[in-house]
Design a protein around this ligand. Structure first.
Ligand code: KG4
Ligand code: ZN
Length: 334
């Protein structure tokens, strides 16, 4: 039959992104306008500034996405949009834009959970096989998610304090690295040795929860103590030691869950999925244990609208859509 062209919109944080995908799996366009340079000078995302920039950019980015896909609004089969979680003012811009297009063109509207989007970025790599486990590591989330079928998400464990990406960004800040710090720590870590002893939060036996604030504080202590003693710490070694502590816990817990739940696949998702050390370690361990590991390409790890459209496609297939009174929900549960 006629192909399904879904428009995806993502504005939950500091990326304005619009994408068009065909039949749930093929990206025709995925325009991403990052505001990183605007927020950099503040050392983090300023919500009010983010909203205003989304308003400015959303129409042009939508037009660009359509042009690159060589399609018009009349060709679309539906509109998928991130409805939460995220910054409420930022989310509202995407939700309003999506509702406008859906209303004007009489299209179904698919509200997508941001993390479901990150998980579905993997669908551009390989068909999902259930049950599966996904390790979600982003700036706002660290979760082990069990999926028994499309659209079903069971959280086995999650962070009790900082998200993995948040810990990366805070440690980077303490080393005076620019925002977002994750990629900088990743780069430094590969130039250093993990020689500094830092704690790992394993938590209670059998728990799939995470905790990174103790590790972050330990890094700050190391820097503080060195300064007081007039010693110098090689930032490369501190970055390598921190990265090692993060990766060790993430990988170990993920594989324990793979064993316990007997899943067919292990997926990686979220901005921290771009981390070279984490990708290498997961790949090596999967090979050793014969686990089918799926990792999105770097371009689909951080926030983008193609992943939102991919998650929306599941709702399209099920015929589940939202009413036009859809609202943004900054605390939307998965
Ligand atoms: O998923 P994402 O783009 O936004 C959220 O939904 O949070 O993730 C952004 C996070 C930031 O904390 C950033 O520092 C981190 O992902 N990140 C990385 C790397 N690339 C991005 N962390 C570690 N290593 C990287 N290579
Ligand atoms: Zn994200």
């Amino acid at each position: 039959g006629k192909p399904c062209y879904l428009l995806g919109i993502e504005t939950s944080c500091d990326e304005t992104s619009v994408a068009i995908i065909r039949d749930g799996k093929e990206i025709l366009s995925n325009i991403i306008s990052s505001q990183v340079d605007i927020h950099k000078r503040f050392g983090g995302v300023v919500p009010e500034v983010a909203s205003r920039k989304h308003v400015e950019d959303i129409t042009m980015i939508t037009q660009q996405a359509l042009e690159e896909a060589k399609l018009g609004l009349d060709d679309l089969s539906g509109v998928a949009v991130t409805a939460g979680p995220g910054l409420v003012g930022a989310l509202l811009i995407g939700v309003s834009a999506a509702k406008t297009i859906a209303y004007a063109k009489g299209l179904p509207l698919f509200p997508v959970h941001h993390i479901a989007g990150h998980i579905y970025a993997n669908r551009f790599v390989k068909e999902m096989e259930f049950p599966l486990l996904c390790l979600v590591v982003s700036g706002g989330h660290t979760e082990l998610v069990y999926m028994k079928e499309h659209g079903s998400f069971e959280i086995l464990g999650q962070t009790r304090d900082d998200a993995a990406g948040e810990a990366y960004d805070k440690v980077a800040r303490s080393l005076s690295l620019p925002y977002p710090g994750g990629p900088h720590i990743d780069r430094l870590a590969h130039e250093g040795e993990a020689t500094i002893s830092l704690p790992r939060a394993w938590l209670e036996a059998g728990s799939y929860d995470f905790s990174f604030s103790g590790l972050k504080s330990a890094v700050l202590n190391v820097l503080h103590n060195a300064k007081q003693r007039g010693e110098t710490i090689k930032p490369e070694d501190l970055a390598a030691s921190f990265q090692e502590a993060v990766i060790e816990v993430l990988v170990e817990k993920a594989f324990r869950a793979v064993d316990q739940y007997g899943v067919k696949q292990l997926l990686l998702a979220g901005g921290v999925a771009a981390n070279r050390g984490l990708r290498e370690r997961l790949t090596a361990r999967s090979k050793k244990e014969g686990v089918d590991l799926v990792i999105p390409p770097l371009s689909l790890c951080t926030d983008n609208a193609a992943m939102i459209a991919a998650a929306g496609y599941i709702q399209y297939q099920k015929g589940v859509f939202a009413d036009l009174d859809l609202n943004a929900n900054p605390g939307l549960p998965l």
